[in-house]
Ligand binder design. Structure first.
Ligand code: HGY
Ligand code: MN
Ligand code: MN
Length: 407
């Protein structure tokens, strides 16, 4: 059995968390901002110090390779993301990347060589907080999203194109991946309360629930707030507010597994005394069952059309990304279970409520995930926290998975 260095993993996580640290103990490294770049460069330096070769692909994914003894053998890959939510925690994504680095440092220390190379990957823009859709770098890698489409996506805050940010930051790489990995493993905090409530340190993740990301655009007509009678105004905000209230209500009533979120709203011209002519909002809709998810999305589209008729506005609903529920590779899941058992850690099987880069990787390579608990199940919050012991246990499981699969 291989056991990683708990203190070194924690110190590395805290050093990364200090980049873009927020007022209440979290991190803010939005994709391809200067803070994200600083985090990426720090990761690259650590990997080079651990003897890895770095390559960067055209969407900015960073691959750090620990060479194998048979260089042409396909790599065993692990990874996650270094970008965060605007008020993000210190562990979401970062843990999976730095657990991979810690696994490599441990293999180096123990003098363990593997036949297959091991790749640790930091995927670009997993969070989708500046540019939608999320899980973007892994989607482009897996061929689920076209590179040119991704490069054209505008920043929701400033309008700058993602492609321009890749050029500005020097992360529009040239590496074209020739060979798919033998397998992909991603370690992550659970981001929910299941493991903590069960008192179990390791989640063996069997799949991920389905998800739709939609953009809704409500178009009205800008006019004066004081002079335009209520009866004739085309109020995009009035229509959007009615839609959002009805959509969220529908999510509450649908069933216990439904998840419906409006997390981003933008209004034009965003001035108190002008009736808004344009409102855009995001829809994040999830469900573990594919038929139920499709019913939920169809219901919500119908709600948008009904509410728009009320205020003389028009509505456009655009699908930004859609993911069916994923079932991970049975052999990879078995490997996770066996690695946890061999290490002597209690484990339980579970489905992920959050989306992960492993969803995209599962389309092109046998994949699975390892979860560890987080405090009170809290994530996408600055107070997100995790126990250093659990983090090391998950990283030890990952190290054994990588070493065994790459042997
Ligand atoms: O939204 C999610 O599930 C993840 O943070 N990408
Ligand atoms: Mn994540
Ligand atoms: Mn996240």
């Amino acid at each position: 059995m291989i056991f990683v260095n708990q203190q070194r993993l924690w110190d590395t996580l805290m050093e990364m968390a200090a980049i873009g640290a927020t007022a209440h103990g979290g991190s803010c490294r939005l994709a391809l901002t200067d803070d994200d770049v600083q985090g990426r460069r720090c990761f690259m330096r650590w990997c080079e110090e651990a003897g890895c070769e770095i390559r960067i692909d055209p969407i900015g994914n960073v691959f750090a390779r620990r060479p194998g003894t048979q260089p042409d053998a396909p790599a065993v890959m692990c990874g996650s993301h270094l970008d965060t939510q605007p008020l993000g925690g210190r562990f979401d994504g970062v843990y999976g990347v730095l657990a991979g680095l810690e696994a490599i440092r441990t293999l180096n220390e123990l003098g363990i060589a593997t036949r297959h190379p091991i790749d640790v990957v930091a995927w670009t823009n997993e969070e989708g907080s500046r540019f939608t859709p999320g899980m973007m770098g892994s989607a482009v890698y897996a061929g689920a999203l076209d590179l040119d489409t991704a490069r054209e996506r505008p920043c929701m805050q400033t309008g700058v194109r993602l492609g321009d940010e890749l050029e500005r930051t020097g992360f529009a790489g040239r590496a074209r991946e020739q060979q798919l990995p033998k397998a992909y493993f991603e370690a992550h905090i659970e981001q929910g309360p299941v493991l903590e409530n069960a008192g179990v340190p390791i989640g063996v993740v069997t799949g991920v629930q389905g998800m739709y990301e939609l953009d809704v655009t409500v178009t009205g007509f800008e006019s004066h707030a004081g002079t335009t009678p209520m009866s004739v105004r085309k109020d995009a905000m009035g229509a959007a507010a009615a839609m959002i209230a009805a959509i969220i209500e529908h999510g509450h009533g649908f069933d216990a597994d439904a998840r419906v979120t409006v997390g981003h709203v933008a209004c034009q011209p965003n001035s108190p005394s002008t009736i808004p002519g344009l409102v855009k909002f995001s829809l994040d809709i999830r469900h573990p069952s594919r038929p139920a998810l499709q019913r939920l999305v169809a219901d919500i589209e119908a709600i948008c059309l009904q509410r728009t008729a009320l205020r003389g506005t028009s509505v456009q609903v655009q699908t930004v990304a859609e993911y069916d529920p994923v079932v991970f590779d049975a052999e990879c899941v078995t490997r996770v279970r066996e690695a946890a058992t061999a290490a002597g850690y209690p484990w339980m099987e579970m489905c992920s409520g959050a989306g992960h880069d492993a969803v995209n990787l599962s389309y092109v390579a046998p994949s699975a995930m390892v979860f560890v608990p987080c405090k009170a199940g809290l994530s996408h919050n600055e107070a997100e926290d995790a126990d250093p012991v659990h983090l090391a246990q998950g990283a030890s499981v990952l190290a054994n998975l990588l070493a065994d699969c790459a042997r």
